[in-house]
Design a protein around this ligand. Structure first.
Ligand code: GDP
Length: 442
């Protein structure tokens, strides 16, 4: 999980502060020294860290903070607000042109995830009611066109290509004519990347920009490359001019430095983040929610949105009713498991729940094999057992294990998981109530 180290260290610092009650200037300075080390260790740009710590220290040493009844809370709030500001404070959206098609140019180094992200973006825009066209302008990397076509067919978005013998500027112009005459209202151009920045590549991108006048130039950067990602963003912005950044591979073991430095260094916002290899793994970037997540305060809103994209409303309403009336059964459990599996690694989801330590769930994911086993166990239960698992005693367990080709331990473990799920659902519901009461800041 991205930010895990930083998140853990910052929470340690705050725990110490909270334990102190009243704070002295020395306490605040000591805490800020630790915050500084945590940020540097997370690979945040040195200058950005210095500015950040100076700002937070100055605000935290104000009389109203030190003399307040809850000084530690106030310091945490200041850190939260400044982290949010650092990442851009508000969500930055796509600039749509006044006249269709809106032209989005995707740029970035090879391997950053440009082609995959073009497909993800097309997929996301399609679910928002747009009619996108993908355009294959990477004529150099072997199989780049084919890769875009594969991605396009998975998300059901057509790909415009003129092979690899035509100049990318002419391909882009051809695509524009095609989009206009076929009523595509968004064009997403997948341009060429290189392993390193080179003049020839920049010239080609500038030429496409000059002749197409895109509404958005989005730079795709790999968050795993840390400060290199920030340097790449700086160069692309200086040479080409970008409108925003898409940060990929945040599901990996990145320390988070890129996410926290890019905005401050380039003055350009992160617009989207990608957190996985599936074509649904893209989210709008909300600086405030990310700050909350880093500080371990969870991100209930993103979680809810994620769940909403996977569950249809009717089903969700039925489920809610069952949960409230305590009728949540093993059949529902199976349904949920399949839904959760679509949403990606469990650990990622847990990091969005306030108060849960996501690292405890590190590496937890549900495989098809697990689902099949659970399915077999549930199918070996009688209707009554599924509705009312409390009746499953030793001899029933034995029968279920034999029927599903599993062991009694596996049946036991599923029963335990079922109870845990019920508890977790309660935690969700309580978090929702707290949110309404304003106990949780987002
Ligand atoms: P391009 O050379 O910039 O077009 O990069 P690709 O789209 O071919 O992606 C390079 C690799 O990164 C592929 O194996 C992708 O599946 C992978 N990838 C892209 N985005 C993500 C992401 O958000 N998370 C993870 N884990 N992998 C990603």
């Amino acid at each position: 999980m991205a930010f895990e180290g930083l998140s853990g260290k910052l929470q340690e610092v705050f725990k110490k502060l909270k334990g102190k009650g009243k704070l002295s200037e020395k306490d605040v300075k000591e805490a800020m020294r630790e915050v500084k080390i945590a940020l540097l260790e997370a690979d945040v740009n040195f200058k950005v860290v210095k500015d950040f710590v100076n700002k937070v220290t100055e605000k935290s040493l104000g009389q109203e903070v030190l003399e307040s009844l809850t000084p530690a809370q106030q310091v945490i709030k200041i850190v939260n607000d400044e982290l949010t500001n650092l990442m851009g404070s508000i969500q930055s959206k796509i600039n749509y042109g006044s006249k269709p098609p809106t032209i989005i140019m995707m740029v970035g180094l090879q391997g950053s995830g440009k082609t995959t992200t073009s497909g993800k973006l097309a997929n996301m825009l399609k679910t928002q009611g747009k009619n996108p066209l993908l355009v294959a302008c990477d004529i150099y990397r072997p199989a780049a066109i084919k890769q875009l076509q594969v991605v396009g067919s998975k998300v059901n978005v057509p790909v415009f290509s003129m092979g690899d013998k035509t100049n990318p500027v002419d391909i882009a112009k051809g695509a524009l004519d095609y989009a206009v005459s076929n009523n595509f209202n968004v064009m997403i151009i997948d341009t060429a990347g290189r392993l390193h920045i080179d003049e020839e590549l920049m010239d080609e991108l500038v030429n496409i920009k000059l002749s197409l006048k895109p509404h958005e130039i989005l730079l795709v950067v790999d968050s795993m490359t840390g400060q290199d990602a920030v340097n790449v963003a700086e160069v692309f912005n200086n040479k080409l001019g970008i409108d925003g950044v898409i940060l990929t591979k945040l599901d990996g073991d990145t320390r988070g430095g890129a996410a926290l430095s890019i905005r401050a260094v380039t003055q350009k916002p992160i617009k989207f983040v990608a957190m996985g290899e599936k074509l649904s793994d893209i989210e709008p970037f909300h600086p405030d929610r990310m700050a909350s997540r880093i500080l371990g305060m969870g991100d209930v809103l993103s979680l809810i949105e994620k769940v909403q994209t996977q569950i249809d409303e009717k089903k969700a309403a039925e489920l809610e009713k069952k949960l409230l009336s305590q009728q949540f059964s093993f059949d529902d459990f199976l349904d949920q498991l399949q839904g959760i599996k679509k949403m990606g690694p469990i650990e990622e989801l847990f990091s969005m729940i306030p108060g849960l330590n996501a690292s405890k769930f590190k590496g937890m994911s549900i495989s098809d094999k697990d689902i099949k086993r659970i399915e077999a166990i549930i199918q070996s239960m009688t209707k009554e057992e599924r509705q009312n698992p409390i009746i499953i005693n030793g001899s029933r367990k034995k029968r279920i294990a034999a029927g599903s080709g599993t062991s009694i331990q596996q049946v036991n473990s599923l029963l335990k998981q079922f109870e845990q799920t019920k508890k977790m659902v309660k935690q969700f519901a309580d978090a929702g109530k707290d949110m309404k009461k304003g106990k949780i800041r987002m």
